[in-house]
Design a protein around this ligand. Structure first.
Ligand code: PMP
Length: 457
């Protein structure tokens, strides 16, 4: 099985060996045939473009967004839960009181007041940081892209969970990195597999550039790296001098019970405080060798495109240089909106309202799966976040099953989208943050029917 499924597909999509299209053709540029612009530049693209291909998720969007399809495929937060009237007054006030500054450029590293507020936010998870070490980015996605620009040369090895976040795969593959997956179970990454892979690389005289992890309510698997394993993973990486990129978009979306299908119901993680908390981030355990990536997409609004990277000063300097070269500065306007979110709005209540909605939907999804799925289908039980990862019975292929599912008006993301090496064929990601409880019930009913038919073939 080819390890570079996107790269292969990209090369097929841009056949640079095509003799007719690589011919220089002055005057042909932009010529339209049957409504399509002929791509006369196939031979001139940079190598890295061949690592880029449409992700399976984006390719699904057009079909999955048809009204008759119940989509468990998306990854959208439920922004309809935001208080639109309050936001409207906040934006109105923002323009009236600081319009000229907020519609101007700003420092490349980002708004200093927002950096202070993010440093305070992280301190609530035990992360000790200086606002000076924070770089504001256009979403966590740009944070990952900057990290790749700063650290990765073609052929460099990146270690990641298997499955891993599809957007990170996109970034690493665009950087022409060699992504090696490490297995996980319901407690997250297996430290022994990490130890073994690093030893193997040592024996070959090779090393990885970094370990990329989404330790909490992982996208797509929905699992959380356990307390003990966090310490173990940090210790192993320290022993090998290996950098960790900790991507943490979901830890604030913690539900107050872990599994509604367990009987008796599982107790909240910290019932006394009234606020359930996942294990502290890796960055709360050590500041050596960890680059922490955060985002406002899941606790405020993804459309504002705001994230941040907390990195040691030397790395931060390079990230800021890379950011300035890429976008000059993040949006001053949305950063000012974020400052107001934290200083003038009931933001903690807002997060609680996202949590209440997602928890109810998570419960509906898990209960519907229990009610409808055939034996042999298993799934994870996330304590927070937005995703469940399902395992199909032996022999079933979630990718080849998708056309049948779409025909039955239900969409999911096939597991192969989350692996760089062709893994994930019998797995799928199901989203519960966006569809309503009724849609989830109906979607699972349809999906269970599709799986049963597929098993009967
Ligand atoms: N990392 C992970 C693990 C994610 O799930 C996402 C969003 N789907 C991102 C990063 C990117 O988030 P942002 O909207 O902040 O760019």
């Amino acid at each position: 099985m080819s390890r570079h499924i996107y790269r292969d597909r990209g090369q097929n999509a841009h056949p640079s060996t095509d003799a007719t299209s690589s011919r220089p053709h002055p005057g042909w540029e932009g010529r339209r045939v049957s409504g399509t612009t002929l791509d006369d530049f196939t031979g001139r693209y940079a190598q890295r473009i061949h690592g880029m291909a449409q992700s399976e998720i984006r390719a699904l969007f057009s079909v999955a967004s048809r009204p008759e399809v119940v989509s468990l495929a998306g990854g959208n937060p439920y922004t309809a839960a935001l208080p639109m009237d309050e936001l409207s007054s906040m934006f109105h006030d923002l323009l009236h009181t600081s319009g000229p500054q907020s519609l101007m450029y700003c420092p490349g590293q980002g708004n200093p007041r927002l950096r202070e507020l993010l440093s305070e936010l992280m301190s609530e998870s035990g992360i000790d940081s200086s606002p000076d070490d924070i770089t504001i980015t256009t979403g966590a996605q740009q944070g990952l892209d900057l990290i790749a620009r700063v650290f990765l040369d073609p052929g460099d090895i990146v270690l990641a969970e298997g499955p891993t976040y599809v957007g990170a795969l996109g970034v690493f593959q665009a950087a022409q990195a060699d992504v090696r997956h490490l297995p996980m179970d319901e407690d997250g990454l297996l430290p022994d597999a990490l130890r073994e892979t690093l030893a193997q690389l040592d024996r070959l005289g090779r090393s990885a550039k970094f370990l990329y992890l989404v330790p909490t309510y992982q996208n797509p698997a929905g699992v959380t790296l356990s307390e003990e394993r966090r310490d173990e993973v940090v210790a192993i990486c320290h022993d090998h001098g290996l950098l960790i990129v900790e991507d943490d978009p979901y830890s604030q979306l913690t539900f107050d019970s872990t599994d509604p299908t367990c009987s008796p119901a599982v107790e909240p993680l910290t019932p006394a405080s009234g606020t359930a908390r996942p294990p502290a981030p890796l960055r709360a355990r050590t500041d050596w060798g960890i680059i922490y990536v955060g985002t406002l997409s899941k606790i405020f609004a993804a459309g504002l495109r705001l994230g941040w990277v907390l990195a040691p000063p030397a790395v931060r300097d390079k990230l800021v240089l890379a950011a300035e070269a890429s976008i000059l500065c993040p949006s001053a306007f949305t950063q000012e909106a974020a400052v107001r979110f934290f200083t003038t709005m009931a933001w903690r209540e807002q997060i609680k309202s996202f949590i209440a909605i997602y928890q109810e939907r998570r419960d509906t999804l898990l209960n519907s799966l229990s009610a409808h799925m055939d034996q042999g289908v298993t799934w994870t039980k996330p304590g927070g976040g937005m995703f469940v990862w399902a395992q199909l019975p032996e022999g079933l292929n979630s990718k080849t099953m998708l056309p049948r599912a779409l025909n039955e008006r239900v969409a999911y993301v096939p597991g192969t989208g989350f692996f760089a090496d062709g893994g994930g064929q019998a797995q799928m990601r199901l989203n519960f943050s966006f569809p309503s409880a009724e849609e989830i019930q109906e979607g699972v009913r349809r999906l269970a029917g599709v799986i049963s038919e597929e098993m009967a073939l």
